[in-house]
Unconditional design. Structure first.
Length: 259
């Protein structure tokens, strides 16, 4: 086997840096970043696409899906350990990789280089999109963990603003591409697919997955903005569960209970 070590007289061409997969802890962090993009962040993204697709069946079906998810045992712990922490690590380390990298797509306009560059920029867009989506849907306004019946209305109300709707469209497209093409990068980085032909097939499969998710996401958005009529807001959704329960006990109902 021929050695790849350089002889004392061998020099690299001027201006060409040697390629490295990573040194020291960098290799471990990059592998962990790649892994979290599939498990658990990627699985969470797939679940999100599937859950939102329930909107195609109408408000009742979508609200029932939210009720199921918010009623899972140990939900808060699952969100923190299985979603928020891995998502934050994947996003922040991805920004670090993007910041340290160099954009050479103009000098080397290959399809793979364009795909990788698009992967980095869609990752930035997804970071802001997911942050905005989590903040508005999870932490502000009507609390869906207490009033799952408001789920369809809340999303529909959010998307009634044209600028927010446009941002959601871009976010869905970017998320679909980032995950689909990321599956190919994961398979190539971890040695699951080797060789030009196998990698080319995996790249096409990743792009195909991205297109399917794009269509599913856009169809879900259409369900909120065009397929079903505008839902009415219930004032009781602004109350916490205990206050809402007390407000439902009218004097007549109270008398009935006393009997």
């Amino acid at each position: 086997m021929a050695s790849t070590a350089q002889t004392p007289g061998t020099t690299l061409p001027k201006g060409v840096a040697p390629l490295r997969a990573g040194q020291g802890s960098s290799f471990l962090w990059r592998r962990l970043h790649s892994l979290t993009g599939i498990v658990p962040v990627g699985l969470f993204l797939l679940e999100h696409f599937l859950s939102n697709a329930e909107a195609l069946s109408g408000p009742a079906a979508y609200n029932a899906q939210v009720k199921f998810l918010t009623g899972l045992p140990f939900r808060l712990g699952l969100e923190i350990i299985g979603v928020f922490i891995p998502l934050l690590f994947h996003a922040l380390y991805g920004i670090y990789i993007w910041w340290r990298g160099e954009n050479n797509v103009i000098d080397y306009p290959w399809a793979g280089n364009w795909g990788y560059t698009l992967q980095r920029y869609t990752g930035m867009l997804v970071f802001f999109y997911v942050g905005f989506h989590l903040w508005t849907m999870r932490f502000t306004g009507v609390h869906l963990t207490e009033h799952y019946q408001a789920s369809f209305w809340k999303v529909q109300s959010e998307l009634s603003h044209p600028l927010i709707l446009g941002f959601y469209v871009l976010g869905v497209l970017a998320s679909a591409w980032h995950f689909g093409y990321g599956c190919f990068l994961f398979a190539a980085k971890w040695g699951i697919v080797t060789g030009p032909k196998a990698q080319n097939r995996a790249r096409l499969a990743g792009i195909g997955l991205a297109v399917v998710l794009m269509l599913a996401g856009l169809a879900s958005l259409y369900s909120f903005v065009g397929k079903y009529p505008e839902q009415q807001r219930n004032p009781m959704w602004d109350l916490h569960n205990d206050a809402a329960e007390q407000s439902r006990l009218t004097p007549a109902a109270t008398v009935g209970v006393a009997r």
